[in-house]
Write a protein that binds this ligand. Sequence first.
Ligand code: 4NP
Length: 145
Amino acid sequence: MKILMVCLGNICRSPLAHGILAHLIEENGLNWEVDSAGTGNWHLGECPDGRSIAVAKKYGVDISEQRARQFNKADFDHYDRIFVMDRNNLRDVLAMARSTGDRAKVSLFLVNDIVPDPYYDNNLFDPVYQLIAARCEILMKELAV
Ligand code: 4NP
C-alpha cells in the first residue's frame, strides 16, 4: 500500500499526516509506503513548519527530516491512495488527473470534512494534530482490510 498525503504548502498538515502514519506503519510492522506533497510550490525543499515539528515532537513523532515537495502527475502512477486535507486541495489534485483511474485514487483525508489550515493560527496546531492522529489510526485499520 502506497499512500500520499497532500495539502497546500506541504509544511503544516500533510507532514503531520505523513509522520503520524509512518509512525503507525513502523509500530505495526507494515510494509507500506507513505509520503506527502503540496499543491503549491512556495516551500519546496523546506523542512516542516516549526509549529508542526514541535507539536509532533510533543506526541513522540519526529517529522523534522521531511522536506517539502510539490504534487505532480507522476504521483498518480506511484501511489495507490491520495488523501487531501481540504476542498481546494481536492480541486487542485483532481484538475491534474488524467483518467478516471487517477481520480478514483483521490479522497478527502477526513470523511466528508476538511482539516483546517493552521498556518495563520498558532492555537490550531494542537487540535489539528489530534484530528489527524485520530484519523490516521482509523485509516490504518481501514486500509489494512
Ligand atoms: P499547509 O499550510 O497547506 O498545511 O502546509 C500552509 C502552509 C503555507 C501556506 C499556506 C498553508 N502559505 O501560504 O505559504
